[in-house]
Ligand binder design. Structure first.
Ligand code: CP
Length: 338
């Protein structure tokens, strides 16, 4: 690997990065986290301007990109759905050309993967995918960093995902696990099993890394041998009309005290990209409770607030890992061989 290996690249999917590159980025994020904790400046993006495009709401991704930019010495400019012409009066291509002529890097959170790909193709600056309907690659850096912080390694671990099998987070988890040599098991109902193209791609990476990739309809079978258990929302933004069916299909996959009692590793950890619907204390969750008669969805309070939970460390790691990808692809820094 040379010092130019990351410069000018995009992060649209982890599939575009090798195992060594992803491990280097995670290690760099650990270093940046240490610098942050010790108040040591790390202004690798001094003077740069970063556009933060959000078609969807966000807490972690927006906060992480914003604080990461500021710590790196860059100026973050939030351009929300209601603020700019994109999608209403202006095409993605034209927006890409305009923003690329003014900004040094672009983050995009939106619906279509093609849109983040078009921004990357036409802007001329690094583009980072802050979530599309297909993938959530910046989330992956934080998730696997959190696993590495706890276990000291990634290769050979087993990650069990108990959740809706067709969403962006599951797609990215399956692909990234396969690249990194992490055994991956997806427990999901037959009706919601992962896209065969994603499974095929993951199997291809797994053949190189030695990971095993498995899909099951049995959540107990999935968690029994797991080191980390991950879950995610049963219905994404835009899928609210499917709630009744999702509650029926997904209830057996809820990560609760009974399910986690089957995990054999006493040192297991719980991960969730957040926000999580673990009680009915939010406006949104109370509506689901009133309409569908359930107090929690994908996980319960006794799991997310347990000693095994690393969700909030995982959320903090969004900032450190986003710093790492922005600094590596855009910053003026020396990246040694790995
Ligand atoms: N995990 C995640 O992407 O959180 P936000 O939707 O709050 O950005």
């Amino acid at each position: 690997m040379t010092d130019s290996v990351f410069q000018g690249r995009h992060l649209l999917s982890t599939r575009d990065y090798t195992k060594d590159e992803l491990m280097w980025l995670i290690g760099f994020a650990e270093h940046l986290k240490d610098l942050k904790k010790r108040n040591i400046p790390h202004r690798y993006l001094e003077g740069k301007n970063i556009a933060l495009l959000f078609e969807k709401t966000s807490t972690r991704t927006r906060a992480a990109f914003t604080t990461a930019c500021i710590d790196l010495g860059a100026h973050p400019e939030y351009l929300g759905k209601g603020d700019i012409q994109l999608g209403k009066k202006e095409t993605v291509l034209d927006t890409a050309k305009v923003l690329g002529s003014m900004f040094d890097g672009i983050e995009f959170r939106g619906f279509k993967q093609e849109h983040v790909e078009q921004l990357a193709e036409y802007s001329g600056v690094p583009v980072w995918n802050g979530l599309t309907d297909r993938e959530h690659p910046t989330q992956m850096l934080a998730d696997f960093m959190t696993m590495k912080e706890h276990f000291g390694k990634l290769e050979g671990l087993t990650l069990a995902y108990c959740g809706q099998g067709r969403n962006n987070v599951q797609n990215s988890l399956m692909i990234t696990s396969a690249i990194l040599g992490v055994n991956y098991v997806n427990a999901t109902p037959a009706e919601l099993e992962p896209d065969p193209e994603i499974v095929e791609l993951a199997q291809k990476f797994a053949a190189e890394s030695g990971a095993t990739i498995r899909v099951t309809n049995d959540p107990v079978d999935a968690v029994r041998g797991a080191d980390a258990v991950y879950t995610n929302v049963w219905a994404a933004m835009g899928e609210e009309s499917q709630f009744a069916e999702r509650v029926r299909l997904m209830s057996p996959y809820q990560v609760n005290a009974e399910l986690v009692s089957h995990i054999e590793n006493p040192d297991w950890i719980f991960l969730h990209c957040l926000p999580a619907f673990h009680n009915a204390e939010t406006e949104y969750a109370a509506k689901i409770r009133d309409e569908h008669g359930i107090e929690a969805m994908e996980c319960t309070d006794d799991v997310i607030y347990s000693e095994h939970s690393r969700c909030f460390q995982e959320a903090e790691n969004r900032m450190h890992t986003i710093k790492a990808i922005m600094a590596a692809t855009l910053g003026n820094l020396y990246i040694p061989r790995v």
